[in-house]
Structures are given as structure tokens and as C-alpha cells.
Design a protein around this ligand. Structure first.
Ligand code: GLN
Ligand code: ZN
Length: 754
């Protein structure tokens, strides 16, 4: 066993945003990739960022040894761990590392997918039975050393072995023993270097992934019996963020790592109220319990009084306090926000403010009177605020029928009416909504925001763009047109800025993946629509063509998924409110003469709960919220939906239950595989994507025709649509024009052969 003497810190965090308060990491990465800086400059600027973060966290009060986690990664934490323990080979060179993440001429990048139920994406290790696993401890030793030179005793971080395999493709458990040996090698090297604590994150233990919970618990026992049994190692701080452990908890208790983190965020306890009691009973006194009391993935200030009660429920033992998850999911600091409504600002807490909350909980009410008083005030003013509580909205939603709602008449009756109203050819062609965001449009938007372009000139620039996009589609021969979404910065933020009940931040960036950041809006209260949001643009676009132009809305689940959510009402309440606000938009679009309306729900799969037994109730409210949007639509109005970014096989019944008239869905890369999951319950018309817009490649007519013929094996001719996988905003016209021409030509070719 280890002979460490330094106790686990009383106050800590699970991880800190890596991207930098001014997105320094993003700049460094993109400059390096573009060849504007060399490897040495890249390394020194990212070194400065890491040391700045350590200094900053110490200034914020994380002064104990090992309180600051060194969850360092250039691109992604799973990639970093995979390279360190050798499960992913080939990371000795910076360019090789980035080739794994982004691909290059000789290799495709690793697949990227969502990290648990967050909006962060990790790189999926590709592994195989019998593969070589050669650890590279020098990576993590360098991190420890650079911190030490800057005067910090940080806590090195790795994703744990059980989670690393559970998240790999395939989850090849036969590799576990040799992988654990590799971890043991890394741990022993750390110990040799004088490191006394290491953090091993095992979030797989809170999720129902492909490996069943009981089997995962077995792997956990096996892995950590070996790892904790090793002679020469630092103390192990084993962490379980993102939810509550179930079958794993008694095993963790029995394994008794030196310190154990549990996620006790309000959201987690909403799902599992008994969790603190179960922990108190199971975990032996010799294990230092670390309570993840401060929500690492949402932006609300903690209710310190309520949080103290949860802490007390863990019993008389000494308990350290931390965040529920890494703070990588929240922005750096409220100090960077100058335009938040004053009351709202007092209800929020970003990464730095959360560090202060942790210290207040450690100090207790006696030691942190002012912080507790401030927390009490925030709880009270938020509960009483009339700016976020809107009785009219609450009453309106209360009057809705409960449970499933259904648009009348049924699809079978609507479908012929829509056919007659729209008069579309066989295998109609359309696109998903956005057209390339040109330099001019970006500049016009930036100038408008900066105040150097007035409203009238900005509107004119947008109208010109819409006209160009409509003319291009007419000329190419697309059947159902779009206006191109030039007015939208982002498909969620656009609506968040126009709906009441949201606030948007100026600087609230969080890392989505690699160098990509998003700025999620915050749902602060009851949501309503003060005025029409999309109608003027849709009306203008429709006035330019005889063909139908789609009205384009982002659905309630996606708006919610890509925002910070309220923590004072269930998600389903916000979803219903957004649903009825969008229903009003549907009515206004219909009145403006729009005959086809698309409600995008690319994030439908993303909010799926980590635990299988929570999924049905999620899908019920998600489907209901979508249906509320379309509930009152005229039978002749054709409602489309669009899904992408995930495999939908697992929730295909819910996709069918949306009861859209037409469903467009990403399918090109998987070569229409999804269509095999469709059964008779899937009655809508369907447009499986035939052009992978994530790649700059122009698909040929033959290739698209081939995909359409494959689709026709599973979908009857009268139900098949022809469209790309997703919107075109990330592409350039150089690819979009020929690709769309090929798409129309492929349709013509396939139809002529019918
Ligand atoms: N209508 C949106 C667009 O075309 C859909 C984007 C998405 O699915 N992510 O950009
Ligand atoms: Zn899409």
C-alpha cells in the first residue's frame, strides 16, 4: 500500500475549464493547425495557460496540496488518457496526436461522441482484443513536473480503466487485465516522482451503457483489486461524476480506495433521493468521502443551506467537498458578464463562483456567514421574482391536456390532403435549412451587432441573401425550398434571444470538442413568445417563389438540450412552455401562407437519460413537447422534422411517435442502415440523408442514386424524399452547388428507372 502522508484536501474541484478565460487554448490550437505558430510556440502558450489556471485556482482559495486537479489535455481527456496508458498508440508526436483527433491525408479521425449526457464530445478509442498496450507515463510526469516548477502540487488526472474500456469501440473487456497493468505502471512512475494522490474518473459507473451495470461492477472489482493492491502507487481518488452509482456502490465500498467521490448534485438527487443515505451506510470510515455537492454542469448558484443538509446526511465522518462533475461544462466566471439583468446575476454561479461555494460549505454557516446570507437572499429573490415567473404562461400550460397529445386528423388522413395541396413530384428534393454562411453575411451580422451597420441595412443584406438562395434552388430544380437561415447565428441562440424566459451571455463559452466552443443560453424562467420570430423572413422568401418554402423552427427538446436548464422546475415544464410558444409561431407561419414547416430536433437523442429506467418518461415528455408545436396545425400543413448527430435506432419508436409528416434524418455515412430499423409503426414520409455534409467531398450522381435505390428497398416510392444529411451552413458554395445538382440529377435518374 501507499505510504502517503498528505491528507486529501478538504476543498477541491473535479476539473476546470481547459479552454481558457479568453479561449486561449482555442486560439493556440487553431493557430498551430493553420501553421501560424510552430510546435514550440504552441507548447509554450498552452503551458502558460495551464500555469495561469493553477495560479488562478490558488488565488481563489484552493491552497491545499492536491486540491487542484491537473485534468490537462490538448484536445480531449479520453484521448489524453488513452495515449498516457497506451490504449491508443501513436501519441508521442504532437501532429500524430492531432491526426487522431482531426484526421490527415493518411488517416481518418477517431469517431467523436457525446461524453455522458453533456454537450462535451470525446474521441472514441478504437480497440481490439490482443492489441499492444504500451504506457507512456512521461506525458503525465511532465504535467506534474511543470506544475511543480511553477510551485504547485497538483493532482494528476486520468479517466479510469473501467470507463476507458466502456467508452471504447468495441468495449473489449478482454483487454482489462493488460490495461490495468499499464495503469499500474503509470501509477508507480507517479509514485516514484513523489506524487501522493491521483484522480481516476469512473463515470461509466453511473450510466447504463452497452455493458450492463452488474457486469460493469464485476470489471470494477477486478480492475481495482489489482490496481489498489499494487505496492508502489499514490493514493487513489476514485470519482463517479454525472449521476448515482447503483450496483457499483457496494463494490466501491468494499474496494475502499483512499478517497471516493460521489455526485450529489441537486439534479442527481432528483433522480435518486436516497443516494446520500445509501452512501452513508455503504462507504467505510477508512475511505475519505468526497461529496460532489456543487453542480459542475449547470450555472445556478447553490442553495448553501440545502446543500449543507445533504452534507449532514452523510453522517458524522469528515467529508471533503467538491463539484459533482468537472467544471469544464460551465463558463469561467460571471465577472466577464456585464449585461446580465442584476437580479439574474445574483442567482448564477460559473466555475470560479463555484469554487467559492465549495469553500463556504467547508467553512459551514458559522465560518461563512456572509456567503450563507447571500445564498439565502438569492434563493428568496429568485423564488419571488416576477420577471421569471409568468402566471399567464403557467396557466396556459396547466390548461393543456395531460399526457400524450395528438394532432388531428391522423397522418393517414392528412397525407392525401397535403399531397393535393403541394402537388410534389415523386421523390421530392429539399435541403435541411441553412445555406453556406458567407463571409459577407458573417460580417453583416458582426457589424450589426457592433452597431456599425443599422437595422435597415442589415435587413437589406439578409433579404439579398435570401433572394440569392431562393434563385439558386429554383435554378437547380429543388422542389421544396428553404430561405437559408442567414439571419441565424445559431439555431438555438436565435430563438433564445427572441423568447422571454432566456438570458444569453456575452462570454459564457464552454468547450464542445477540441477547439470548438458554444455559448449556451440560460433558461431562467417561464418561457413565452412576445412576438413572431421567423415569420417576416419566411414570408419574404415565399413571396419569391411559386414552390413551397419551408418555415424553419428549432424544436423544444433541442432548444432545451443546448441551453443551461432551470433547476427549479422539471425539464418537462420548460419543454411544454417552449412547445406552446412555438405552436403560436406555427399558427403565424400558416397565416402568412407557409405550407411546409420544419421543426428540427437534432438533439432528441442527446437528452436521453443515462439510466435505462429513466428513459421512457423522458421520451414521453420530449415527444409530447414536439407534438404540442404541431398540435393545432392545419391538416394540409406539412410538418417536417429533422434529426442528426446520433444513431437513432435505439429511439426509433420515439421518432415515429413525433408524428411528423416528413422526417429527414442523417443516414449517408451509415449507408442507409437506419432504414432497416423502421417498422410499420413508422408511417411518415422519410428523407434519409444522401449527402454527408460533414465532409467537403462532392457526392457523385451515381453515388446518390445508389443510396436512393438502397433506400427504396425499405421505403415505398411514395414516401421517400431526397435531401442532404443536415444543413449546409458549414459548407462553401463551391461544394454545395455541384452537390445539389448531382442530388437532383440522381433523383431524376432513379425516378426515370421506376
Ligand atoms: N435547420 C438547421 C440547419 O439546416 C438544422 C441544423 C441541425 O440539424 N443541426 O442548419
Ligand atoms: Zn442536422
Amino acid at each position: 500500500m501507499s505510504k502517503a502522508t498528505t491528507p486529501f484536501p478538504k476543498a477541491t474541484i473535479e476539473g476546470y475549464p481547459r479552454i481558457g478565460a479568453n479561449r486561449e487554448l482555442k486560439r493556440a490550437l487553431e493557430s498551430y493547425w493553420a501553421g501560424r505558430i510552430d510546435a514550440e510556440t504552441f507548447r509554450s502558450s498552452t503551458h502558460a495557460l495551464r500555469v495561469d489556471n493553477y495560479n488562478h485556482l490558488r488565488d481563489l482559495g484552493l491552497t491545499e496540496d492536491y486540491a487542484i486537479p491537473a485534468d490537462v489535455a490538448y484536445y480531449d481527456q479520453v484521448l489524453e488518457t488513452g495515449l498516457t496508458v497506451g490504449l491508443i498508440p501513436g501519441g508521442t508526436d504532437l501532429d500524430e496526436e492531432f491526426a487522431l483527433a482531426r484526421g490527415n491525408d493518411s488517416r481518418v479521425p477517431l469517431e467523436m461522441t457525446k461524453w455522458f449526457d453533456t454537450n462535451y464530445h470525446y474521441l472514441v478509442p478504437e480497440i481490439a482484443a490482443g492489441q499492444d498496450i504500451t504506457p507512456a507515463p512521461e506525458r503525465i510526469l511532465a504535467i506534474v513536473e511543470e506544475a511543480r516548477e511553477a510551485g504547485h502540487t497538483v493532482r494528476p488526472f486520468l479517466v479510469g480503466p473501467v470507463t476507458l474500456i466502456a467508452l471504447s469501440k468495441p468495449a473489449e473487456w478482454s483487454l482489462l487485465p493488460s490495461l490495468v497493468d499499464a495503469y499500474a505502471t503509470v501509477l508507480s512512475a507517479l509514485r516514484e516522482a513523489g506524487v501522493e494522490w491521483i484522480q481516476l474518473a469512473e463515470p461509466a459507473l453511473v450510466a447504463d451503457l452497452d455493458t450492463p451495470d452488474a457486469e460493469l461492477a464485476k470489471h470494477l472489482r477486478e480492475a481495482y483489486t489489482t490496481l489498489l493492491g499494487a505496492e508502489n502507487r499514490p493514493n487513489v481518488y476514485l470519482t463517479t461524476p454525472y449521476g448515482a452509482t447503483r450496483e457499483a456502490l457496494p463494490v466501491l465500498a468494499e474496494l475502499a480506495p483512499e478517497a471516493l467521490h460521489v455526485d450529489l448534485a441537486p439534479w442527481t438527487l432528483d433522480q435518486d433521493a436516497e443516494y446520500p443515505q445509501r452512501i452513508a451506510e455503504a462507504v467505510p470510515a477508512k475511505t475519505q468521502l468526497v461529496a460532489g455537492l456543487i453542480d459542475g454542469r449547470n450555472v445556478w448558484a447553490a442553495n448553501l443551506r440545502e446543500r449543507s443538509e445533504v452534507l449532514a446526511a452523510l453522517g458524522d465522518r469528515p467529508v471533503a467537498v467538491s463539484t459533482s462533475t468537472s467544471l469544464q461544462h460551465v463558463p469561467h466566471t460571471l465577472k466577464a458578464e456585464k449585461n446580465l439583468p442584476v437580479d439574474v446575476a445574483t442567482w448564477l454561479s460559473f466555475a470560479d463562483e463555484k469554487v467559492a461555494e465549495i469553500q463556504a460549505l467547508v467553512a459551514g454557516e458559522e465560518g461563512a456567514k456572509e456567503a450563507f446570507a447571500q445564498s439565502d437572499r438569492a434563493v428568496r429573490t429568485r423564488a419571488e421574482s416576477t420577471t421569471i415567473h409568468n402566471q399567464a404562461v403557467v396557466d396556459r400550460v396547466a390548461k393543456l391536456p395531460e399526457g400524450a397529445v395528438k394532432r388531428e386528423p391522423a397522418f393517414e388522413e392528412r397525407n392525401p390532403l397535403q399531397r393535393e395541396a403541394l402537388g410534389l413530384p415523386a421523390l421530392p428534393t429539399t435541403t435541411i435549412g441553412s445555406f453556406p454562411q458567407t463571409q459577407e453575411i458573417r460580417k453583416a451580422r458582426a457589424d450589426h451587432k457592433a452597431g456599425t451597420l443599422d437595422d435597415a441595412a442589415y435587413q437589406e443584406a439578409l433579404r439579398t441573401e435570401i433572394k440569392n438562395v431562393i434563385e439558386l434552388q429554383e435554378e437547380i430544380g429543388i422542389d421544396v425550398l428553404v430561405h437559408g437561415e442567414a439571419e441565424r447565428n445559431d439555431m438555438v441562440q436565435y430563438f433564445a434571444e427572441l423568447l422571454d424566459g432566456f438570458v444569453v451571455t456575452e462570454n459564457g463559452w464552454v468547450q464542445s470538442y477540441g477547439s470548438r466552443c458554444t455559448r449556451p443560453p440560460i433558461v431562467v424562467g417561464d418561457v413565452s413568445r412576445p412576438a413572431a420570430m421567423t415569420v417576416e423572413w419566411a414570408k419574404y422568401a415565399q413571396s419569391l417563389s411559386e414552390k413551397p418554402v419551408k418555415g424553419m423552427l428549432t424544436g423544444p427538446v433541442t432548444i432545451l438540450a443546448w441551453s443551461f436548464k432551470r433547476d427549479d422546475v422539471p425539464l418537462s415544464v420548460s419543454a411544454d412552455q417552449i412547445g406552446v410558444a412555438l405552436a403560436d409561431e406555427v399558427r403565424d407561419l400558416e397565416e402568412a401562407g407557409i405550407k411546409v414547416i420544419q421543426i428540427d430536433e437534432p438533439a432528441l437523442r442527446e437528452l436521453l437519460p443515462l439510466r435505462a429506467d429513466d428513459r421512457k418518461s423522458y421520451l414521453d415528455w420530449a415527444v409530447r413537447a414536439f407534438r404540442l408545436v404541431a398540435l393545432q396545425a392545419e391538416p394540409t400543413t406539412q410538418i417536417h422534422t429533422h434529426l442528426c448527430y446520433s444513431e437513432f435506432g435505439q429511439i426509433i419508436d420515439a421518432v415515429a411517435a413525433l408524428d411528423a409528416d416528413v422526417t429527414s434524418i442523417e443516414a449517408a455515412r451509415s449507408k442507409m442502415e437506419l432504414l432497416e430499423d423502421l417498422d410499420e409503426s413508422f408511417h411518415s414520409e422519410i428523407g434519409p440523408g444522401v449527402w454527408d455534409i460533414h465532409s467537403p467531398r462532392v457526392p457523385s450522381t451515381e453515388e446518390i442514386a445508389g443510396l436512393l435505390r438502397a433506400a427504396l428497398k425499405n421505403v415505398p416510392t411514395e414516401r421517400l424524399w431526397v435531401n442532404p444529411d443536415c444543413g449546409l451552413k458549414t459548407r462553401g458554395y463551391a461544394e454545395v452547388e455541384p452537390s445539389l445538382r448531382n442530388l437532383v440529377a440522381a433523383r431524376d435518374e432513379v425516378v426515370s428507372g421506376l
